[in-house]
Ligand binder design. Structure first.
Ligand code: AMP
Ligand code: MG
Length: 447
């Protein structure tokens, strides 16, 4: 872990160009520049020490998108009876050695048939059976109706079946008492289906972490204010809030902070009331980029202040000590509150959230850590670039069936919020290539 031991005053403050005096605050080392992989591992290692903040019991459908805080156990065998997988005839496979085979149909079992209605079966006999119905005990296979022809109480079978074919044995999916879902699972529709199958109308989940979002910049105005010609509407607060929600957090939207230390300090202090603070803007090298200086006043430890990627190079990750009350059995009280200072350009804000802030937030939700997964797609048309930085550029994944193709979205740099809305992924370009020909396989991060 990188730790900052040296105290350095910002050049601007020393020169007295700013009315702001950073006092005794420790500014991060200028050398806290990491590669993409180092920065990601840095965040992941901090994330592994985090815990969610308590639990709550929710109705099944309300629990969608929350992280499970208890195991879900099978209350019965899955399936509870040997289940026919096809419409057809329950048979003894040994009766079908010679084809066509002629069997006597002794009855019918439909889905929902109770135990008493299930006909016993002996050699040379068959029972008409429907998908989802319980297979009779003596039957060891179901032959599909497509391979039979029926005349009165006789059925002619044209195709043999293996023992066990088209019957799911009782308890083969899960035995009674077995764990179906584990704590740490983010509940999606499949998890909801399993909980429903186990009769769980309520689930114990982790409370969603509160994530404060603080946009900064004198030029930024909120969306319900008519902007003057020189002003920019605040999109970052809203894109981040949407990303936080999608990742399982509860966004807390703070007012826009001006590029002025007093008010910035107040709002940062407010932000640290949450479980995680995301700042956007004010982390570049400009004279009025004050975020790091003000964070330093909160006894911040900085783990990195720049990552060799584009967009999103000036990204800051750190934490401050927390003194939030005493631990209780209900919730783990954190000893630090983490923050990210994300760059203000809207595309950079979005990309850096996904690459770095998301794993930390997911840890606070209680979710089991996931690796960042890249797909591969063929490049549709040649790319010529040179940046010396690993690039995550807005791109469009298309193509039919298994022929995935990726193409850069036309864009005007990391401020171009319009072009990213047209993209559906980020294509990853290595730092050391100036030409990538069409047809080459490239890693793609889905959005
Ligand atoms: P900064 O990171 O503060 O230097 O800002 C970089 C660029 O992003 C500038 O062009 C800002 O106007 C723009 N920007 C910063 N914050 C926001 C925001 N909340 N919404 C939209 N654009 C922003
Ligand atoms: Mg700014």
């Amino acid at each position: 872990m990188l730790n900052v031991n040296h105290i350095r005053l910002p050049a601007e403050a020393i020169e007295g160009q700013l009315s702001y005096d950073s006092g005794m605050a420790a500014l991060p080392e200028p050398s806290l520049i990491l590669s993409f992989e180092e920065a990601r591992h840095m965040v992941e290692s901090h994330a592994s020490g985090l815990h969610p903040r308590g639990k709550e019991l929710l109705e099944l459908l309300e629990a969608l998108g929350y992280v499970l805080a208890e195991p879900v156990l099978a209350d019965r065998n899955f399936p509870p009876f040997p289940r026919a997988m096809r419409d057809g005839y329950a048979v003894q496979a040994a009766d079908l050695c010679q084809l066509p085979a002629r069997l006597e149909v002794i009855g019918e079992i439909k889905a929902g048939a109770a135990q008493d209605d299930i006909h016993a079966l002996t050699q040379g006999q068959a029972v008409a059976i429907m998908t989802g119905a319980p297979a009779p005990p003596a039957a060891d296979a179901v032959v599909m109706v497509e391979h039979t022809s029926r005349t009165g109480d006789q059925v002619q079978v044209m195709k043999a079946v293996r023992t066990g074919e088209n019957i799911v044995p009782a308890g083969s999916e899960a035995k009674r008492g077995e764990r179906l879902l584990s704590p740490g699972l983010r509940l999606d529709y499949a998890g909801i289906a399993v909980a429903a199958s186990a009769g769980r109308s309520r689930l114990l989940v982790y409370r969603k972490p509160q994530v404060a979002i603080l946009a900064t910049g004198d030029e930024i105005v909120d969306i319900d204010v008519p902007p003057a010609a020189h002003q920019i509407r605040n999109s970052n607060t809203y894109s981040l809030a949407a990303q936080v929600q999608a990742a399982g957090g509860d966004p807390v939207l703070l007012p826009i902070a001006p590029d002025e230390p007093e008010r910035l300090r107040e709002l940062i202090a407010e932000g640290f009331e949450a479980d995680l603070l995301l700042l956007a803007g004010g982390v570049s090298m400009g004279k009025y980029d004050l975020v790091e200086q003000v964070l330093a006043e909160f006894q911040a430890e900085f783990f990195f202040t720049s990552v060799q990627i584009q967009p999103g190079k000036p990204i800051v990750f750190g934490r401050i000590p927390s003194d939030r009350g005493r631990p209780s059995s209900e919730a783990v009280v954190p000893d630090h509150i983490y923050f990210f200072g994300l760059p203000g350009n809207p595309v950079s804000t979005m990309v850096t959230f996904e690459l770095f802030a998301r794993p930390l937030l997911e840890a606070l939700t209680g979710a089991t850590p996931q690796n960042l997964i890249f797909l591969n797609a063929r490049l549709k048309s040649e790319i010529k670039i040179k940046s010396g930085l690993k690039r995550f550029l807005p791109a469009t994944l298309s193509g039919e069936f298994e022929h995935a193709e990726v193409e850069l979205t036309q864009w005007h740099g990391s401020g171009d919020v319009v072009s990213i809305a047209r993209a559906n992924c980020y294509v990853v370009l290595p730092p050391d290539r100036d030409r990538i020909p069409a047809g080459e396989w490239l890693p793609v991060l889905m959005r």
